[in-house]
Design a protein around this ligand. Structure first.
Ligand code: ASP
Length: 286
């Protein structure tokens, strides 16, 4: 088994970097112990969803209205895929995404429908998913925008949205591949916003050529279909590393935005690239 795990791209506070890297390494080790790529991806992401240092699962960003709503998606190289958008009271949205893939006739479920689905399968929790760190960040911005007329509030938010600490993993077992991405979305995002992470081809993609997980500014990633863009390069015979670099260059050139990608192909070659200050990731192999 070979696995690549990322913990988001952006400006990761220098003081948090060692702790975050240790958790990403641990997540990769946990994934490596599994015997199938999808299980490896899920197990690795679950470690990060449980850790408040990352914007996924417990500790996910609070939206503008102060609620935590999560996005996640998984995909396998046979093109089976599942995802949830703005699901609530779920600690492991990637597990729910897998359930959507395997036990529903659909690919994506959103909002109340996703939460209802998770609940039916006993995957919701009554636990408070707001970490103190995420709540503190929200309090700050909330004080700044409170009372502003709606349009002004949105303009202010556009200036303040930052931080790309979505998590994701890709794995290969010598034969098959899988990919997964999980996030609390952008800080202070509007209720109803759909980011890239659960969108097949944007935040995640996997076919018989390669598996990809992305992080970064969702509005830009969606426009260039960043994950699919990378896989096209691999389909044309380029390495995942070249594909990673070229897809990030394309995103930068066409949207002037920021993102990071990880990839693995059917030969087990890995690639990664980002145009943010930092992106932490771990590559492990048995
Ligand atoms: N891509 C995520 C989003 O736009 C954010 C992130 O990567 O942290 O929802």
């Amino acid at each position: 088994m070979k696995i690549v795990v990322h913990g988001g791209a952006g400006k990761i506070p220098i003081e948090d970097q060692p702790d975050r890297k240790a958790v990403i390494d641990e997540a990769a080790e946990v994934g490596l112990a599994e015997d199938a790529p999808l299980e490896a991806v899920l197990a690795a992401i679950e470690v990060l969803e449980d850790d408040p240092l990352f914007n996924a699962g417990y500790g996910g960003n609070l939206q503008l209205d102060g609620e935590v709503r999560l996005d996640a998606a998984v995909m396998k190289d046979d093109l089976s895929a599942g995802g949830v958008i703005n699901v609530e009271q779920v600690k492991h949205p990637t597990a729910v995404a897998r359930k959507v893939m395997e036990d529903s006739p659909h690919v994506l479920l959103q909002c109340e429908g996703a939460t209802e689905f998770a609940d039916q399968f006993g995957m919701t929790t009554t636990e408070d998913l707001k970490s103190s760190k995420a709540s503190e960040r929200w309090e700050e911005i909330s004080a700044e925008v409170h009372g502003l007329p709606y349009a002004e509030k949105l303009a202010k938010l556009a200036e303040m949205i930052e931080g790309h600490d979505t998590v994701g993993a890709v794995a290969w077992d010598g034969e098959n591949m899988a990919a997964g991405t999980s996030t609390g979305g952008l800080r202070y995002q509007m209720f109803g916003r759909v980011g890239d992470s659960p969108i097949i081809g944007s935040g995640v993609y996997c076919n018989e050529y390669a598996a990809v997980s992305t992080t970064g500014m969702g509005e830009a990633i969606i426009r260039v279909n960043l994950a699919r863009e990378l896989v096209y390069h691999v389909e044309r015979g380029e390495s995942p590393q070249d594909g990673a670099e070229k897809s990030i260059e394309r995103l930068k050139a066409s949207t002037n935005s920021q993102a990071g990608v990880i990839a693995i192909d059917r030969q087990g070659r890995v690639g990664s690239a980002y145009n943010t200050r930092d992106m932490q990731y771990s590559v492990k192999e048995t």
